[in-house]
Design a binder for this molecule. Structure first.
Ligand code: DX5
Ligand code: ZN
Length: 220
């Protein structure tokens, strides 16, 4: 199932509840929460209290993207806060296999991701363990950056691997710089979950949702 996963990084926190009500009306059931610590990426964003509040007041599936150093120290706290899926960067740990085991032991779905400059092959030994692979189509750290088209090769390869290897059962998610003008190229390459921040929240929210949903419908 192809779907839109709005990134709250570009939401207006002043009126977050109103915006979430609108997302619900446009069939959004999953939210992408970008967690940045000022170390792994040169920016600081949202964290555990927001996840807690979203869990308490809504039933969105919470797709939490950890852009933090020492992610192993925070898995339990994010699980307790109510994250459904935790995506970790292969570059953020010496022990990616152990980290994915840890995420699963705490009862979360496990996602893995990689920076644009990291080769996909690095992920292969653990792809049988994960529920989701997130392809970064911008360098992580900021919303509103331009889409890097070289991400499409990674998406295509992940799509092929899924067909080739029986024990690969991940969802392919893509994140960064996606909007109405380029979403079709991402979908055509085989992406299933489309993360979009500024493409959803900047300008007219309802118009953006309407246009993106129309395009997604063609691929479902
Ligand atoms: C970037 C984040 C993205 C970001 C996407 O580091 O991981 O999720 O919010 O924002 P846009 O869609 O504006 O590129
Ligand atoms: Zn993200």
């Amino acid at each position: 199932m192809r779907k839109l996963v709005p990134s709250l990084l570009s939401a207006d926190l002043w009126c977050l509840k109103d915006q979430l009500d609108i997302l619900k009306r446009y069939q959004v059931d999953t939210l992408h929460v970008d967690v940045m610590d000022g170390h792994f990426v040169p920016n600081i964003s949202m964290g555990i209290p927001l996840v807690e509040s979203l869990r308490k007041h809504s039933d969105f599936f919470l797709d939490v993207h950890l852009m933090i150093a020492n992610p192993e120290h925070f898995i339990e706290s994010f699980k307790e806060a109510g994250a459904d899926l935790l995506t970790v960067h292969v570059e953020a740990t010496y022990h990616i296999h152990r980290l994915i085991q840890q995420v699963k032991t705490f009862g979360c779905k496990a996602g893995i991701t990689l920076n644009p400059g990291t080769p996909l092959e690095l992920l292969k030994p653990v792809l049988h363990m994960v529920d989701l692979v997130l392809v970064m189509s911008v360098n992580p750290g900021f919303g509103g950056q331009e889409f890097l088209p070289e991400a499409l090769n990674k998406v295509e390869t992940l799509y092929q691997w899924k067909r080739e290897y029986q024990d690969f059962n991940y969802v392919i998610e893509v994140d960064g710089g996606i909007n109405v003008s380029n979403v079709e190229s991402v979908l055509s390459a085989g992406a299933e979950w489309i993360v979009s921040g500024s493409g959803v929240f900047k300008g007219d929210l309802e118009k953006n949702l309407n246009q993106l949903n129309k395009i997604l419908l063609k691929y479902n």
